[in-house]
Design a protein. Structure first.
Length: 435
């Protein structure tokens, strides 16, 4: 075979390979055109703003789900019935699109088409049974159609999946059911729902002003599963701030009984002050110590060298100033028209002012008894007792016990130095066993 022949053979082979590749190139070109058309339609579907443009695009591709969905969005502000029509078509064309079915459910609800809303919500539940929002859609839709048992079942499952929907659940159900019935139907004996949801329901009712129902349900919750103090704190604070001291006291006692809050002074049964020895970090809530203004002050609730036990409260007046201070205080439930005795141990180091720290008891109710104030502590002193006594008024339910420093009026007026407080006790001197 000559080189010339070999060269001709190479040319023939090359032409044959090219002729075989032509169909492939044609197919690739056709697919590219189709893809370009699809991309163009997708771009149009996501960009057109007016119904007229949308209708024209819809004529070109009536079976394109995205275009039908976009038309549903465009009509949402001007013609809700047409909006639902297009959204329904989009959902039917794309039966596995969560977005399309969710938008359809919401649109049907907006025009009170409960049958359509139920249909869309039920499809979503089959499509995504673990998505909480779809259970909310179904529950609300069933509620509007008075399918109460089905609605309650969906609300229960909703709260099992995600407690964040609790507030909306209570608001919806309270339009048709009494508070106690809601608790029995949704929360009672349901260990799949977090226990904090039960306490949250009590707090919700209280925030709505239905304190009687809230307290009734609290008595059921208090005998149930464990829950953290943080979940009941809001309810307890509202009871105290609105003067429902008796209920707040019972709630606090329930928390102590359950061990949710623990008193280090439990053996001192006659002492009404909680954590009077500062043996644990205060909750800054309830009937424990609270922190007031601490400008130019440093507080240490676990200071060593206590009068009794391991800890005491230390207050450092870090910058010399003549301010009034109330760095810590505690709300204490008491009885009306009774006599009380307060005693504590204090010490000081280099308190400069003639107006030093002291203890003060005030009536938490307006127009109560006159403030009772102990002796002040100045300069440097060892541990020593301070005390006071007072009588509550006829309407007194609680008192405010605080560490207080009044402004100085005699030179030197500015205060600096350190002060310690420990072993605070408050006892009723004439309370009967019945009280």
């Amino acid at each position: 075979m000559s080189l010339r022949q070999f060269g001709v053979a190479r040319v023939e082979v090359s032409l044959q390979e090219r002729s075989r590749s032509l169909p492939f190139l044609v197919v690739v070109g056709a697919v590219s055109l189709v893809l370009a058309a699809e991309i163009s339609l997708v771009g149009i579907a996501s960009s057109f703003e007016g119904p007229s443009t949308g209708r024209l695009v819809s004529l070109l591709s009536a079976d394109e789900a995205q275009i039908q969905h976009r038309l549903g969005q465009v009509y949402a502000e001007t013609d809700t019935n047409k909006s639902v029509q297009y959204l329904r078509r989009a959902a039917e064309l794309s039966r596995y699109s969560r977005l399309y079915w969710s938008d359809l459910a919401s649109a049907c609800q907006s025009i009170d088409d409960t049958q359509c809303a139920d249909w869309a919500a039920e499809h979503l539940l089959r499509l995504c049974p673990m998505v909480p929002y779809y259970h909310q859609l179904a529950a609300e839709s069933y509620l509007r159609r008075n399918r109460l048992d089905e609605s309650l079942a969906q609300f229960r499952h909703l709260l099992e999946l995600d407690p964040i929907y609790a507030t909306g659940t209570w608001a919806d159900l309270l339009t048709v059911l009494k508070p106690d019935v809601i608790f029995q139907k949704v929360l009672a004996n349901n260990n799949k729902i977090d226990s904090t949801v039960e306490v949250g329901y009590v707090d919700f009712l209280s925030a709505q002003g239905d304190n009687d129902a809230a307290y009734r349900i609290w008595n059921l919750v208090a005998n149930g599963r464990p829950f953290p103090f943080s979940s009941v704190q809001s309810y307890l604070e509202r009871l105290i701030s609105t003067g429902r001291i008796e209920e707040a006291t019972h709630v606090w006692q329930d928390l102590e009984r359950r061990g949710t809050v623990k008193s280090p002074d439990a053996e001192e049964k006659n002492n009404l002050v909680f954590n009077g020895g500062f043996e644990q970090s205060p909750l800054n809530a309830g009937f424990d110590w609270r922190t007031g203004s601490t400008n130019y002050l440093a507080l240490d609730f676990a200071a060593p060298g206590a009068y009794h036990g391991a800890h005491s409260l230390r207050v450092d007046f870090t910058i010399g100033s003549n301010n009034e201070y109330e760095p810590v205080y505690q709300i204490v439930p008491v009885h009306s028209s009774r006599t009380y005795s307060l005693k504590a141990y204090v010490r000081s180091q280099d308190i400069t002012s003639t107006s030093g720290p002291c203890l003060r008891v005030s009536d938490a109710q307006p127009r109560g008894f006159e403030d009772a104030i102990s002796e002040t502590t100045v300069r440097t002193t060892e541990w020593h007792p301070v005390s006071l006594s007072f009588s509550t008024g006829p309407e007194t339910q609680s008192v405010r016990l605080s560490l207080w420093r009044p402004r100085g009026r005699i030179f030197p007026m500015e205060i600096s130095g350190s002060f310690w407080l420990d072993a605070v006790t408050l006892e009723c001197k004439d309370c009967t066993a019945e009280k």
